[in-house]
Design a protein around this ligand. Structure first.
Ligand code: ZN
Length: 476
């Protein structure tokens, strides 16, 4: 009885097992289902790199049955321009079945920034603060120069920078430390010969001081020797500065304080050193501008006039009315006038009439074309200058040469003319300066010449019959 029951239980259990196995086989190999599979797996992508999604595949079926392809939809995107974690979800459904899978895509920045510096090595003074000018560029963050950290050790300058993803770049620049053995350098701004109008007063044109170790020392410069207020004159302004190591530097500037108005005490004292500006060969297109300058400074000059540019004859009248002396140079300025005394005086008298027409009177002042020492006249007539210098005086004329040559016929540089005239004036008590109103460079230099003379204590005057003459040795 007991044995029979055992057999029955075994049969039921065996049947159940068989049914179970059969069910498993049906479900696993024969019963269809929705299968969704990821192509590839999770991914790491470098920032800015190209990324192509590999997608996913879905089918409905079982291993032992035909597979029916099923559409897959995708949600989520990857922005390779921004580092971070992205999730893409794939979904599909078929009849009552649904399935989903996910892919994680991590966009990373693993590239370190690059530090760019013009430095390969450095020499610094002990204690000198130093900051290198370098730039840092990162493939993702762009310009991160302002994030550069600089550390000065006892033998190197360490530059480092980290990008937003934590990638670090580093540069080590070897440093040699030395003692400061150089004086600072002072640079004067503005002109070294500095002209100051007394009425306006002194304004510092500026300076800069730089030391190899201490850097900018401009604020520490001491300025001495400034002009006394209310006085014309020539002053030496001195600039002094010292560096931390005790080296001193100095620079000097010559300051010439001039007055646009003549110093009345000096004007009344004819024995004071006097400059006679004389202008030959005009009047011409530039004479008007020259007269304006002379008027502004109340300087009286002498014009040795010609008739080379007849349309400017009225400038003779203007110059006369403004207090300048009018003197005869020549009508034509043609050296062939030296072929005879007659042709010389014919030219002279014709010019004299123009002078009278413009000023109302004749003049008794003369300057020979080429000066009394000219040798060009010998080509036309041997010995003519000896005769003419005597004859003009017999006729009551006073002839003037010059003792300061501007050489304005040999240059177009106003600075050169200024140098020629001022160096010629220096030390003379009685300077007769030859210039030409026909030369624009002379007009351009004349204001500075006046300023120089005024600052150096000269007075100006025009020539007249009683001015002690300046004569060259006659050579023909
Ligand atoms: Zn001339």
């Amino acid at each position: 009885m007991k044995k029979k029951r055992m057999i029955l239980i075994s049969c039921i259990a065996g049947g159940c097992l068989l049914l179970g196995v059969l069910g498993f086989v049906i479900v696993k190999y024969i019963a269809p289902e929705l299968v969704l599979t990821l192509n590839g797996s999770d991914e790491y992508v470098e920032v800015f790199a190209d990324y192509t999604d590999k997608g996913a595949n879905a089918y409905y079926g079982a291993p032992m049955t035909p597979h029916i392809p099923v559409d897959v939809t995708k949600e989520g995107t990857v922005d390779t321009k921004r580092p971070g974690e992205y999730v893409i979800e794939y979904k599909s459904h078929y009849k009552k079945f649904t399935a989903s899978v996910r892919r994680k895509v991590v966009v990373v920045d693993t590239i370190a920034p690059v530090i760019t510096c013009d430095l390969t090595e450095l020499t610094l003074c002990y204690g000198q603060p130093y900051e290198a000018v370098c730039s840092a560029y990162d493939n993702y963050d762009g310009d991160i120069s302002s994030h550069i950290q600089q550390t000065l050790t006892e033998d190197s300058l360490i530059l480092s920078v980290t990008d937003s993803s934590g990638n670090e770049a580093k540069r080590v620049i070897p440093v040699k430390f030395v003692e400061d053995n150089e004086a600072p350098r002072i640079t004067l701004l503005g002109e070294k010969d500095y002209f100051v109008d007394l009425a306006k007063g002194y304004t510092e044109p500026g300076f800069q001081a730089v030391d190899n170790c201490d850097g900018d020392l401009t604020d520490k410069v001491k300025v001495t020797g400034l002009p006394e207020s209310g006085k014309t004159g020539v002053y030496t302004v001195t600039y002094t500065v010292s560096d931390a190591a005790g080296h001193e530097a100095t620079a000097e500037r010559t300051v010439m304080v001039f007055s646009k108005l003549p110093d009345s005490s000096r004007e009344e004292e004819p024995s004071a050193p006097t400059v006679y500006l004389t202008f030959d060969d005009g009047p011409c297109a530039y004479t008007s501008e020259l007269l304006d300058i002379l008027k502004e400074y109340n300087v009286k000059a002498t014009f040795f006039v010609t008739d080379q540019f007849p349309s400017y004859r009225d400038m003779i009248g203007r110059a006369h009315n403004e207090g300048h002396a009018i003197a005869i140079h020549t009508l034509t300025h043609d050296f062939s006038i030296y072929r005879s005394t007659a042709s010389y005086f014919e030219d002279l008298y014709a010019m004299q009439e123009i002078v009278k027409e413009q000023t109302g009177s004749y003049t008794d002042l003369v300057r020979f074309p080429g000066g009394s020492s000219n040798t060009v006249s010998a080509r036309y007539c041997e010995g003519i200058m000896s005769t003419l210098t005597r004859m003009v005086e017999e006729q009551g004329y006073h002839y003037f040469d010059w003792n300061v040559a501007s050489n304005d016929t040999g240059t177009t540089d106003p600075d050169v003319i200024y140098q020629n005239v001022t160096s010629g004036i220096a030390g003379k008590n009685h300077a007769v300066v030859l210039m030409h109103d026909l030369k624009p460079a002379s007009i351009a230099s004349v204001e500075r010449v006046i300023q120089y003379a005024r600052a150096n204590g000269y007075r100006f005057d025009s020539l007249c019959a009683t001015t002690s003459p300046v004569h060259h040795p006659v050579q023909n």
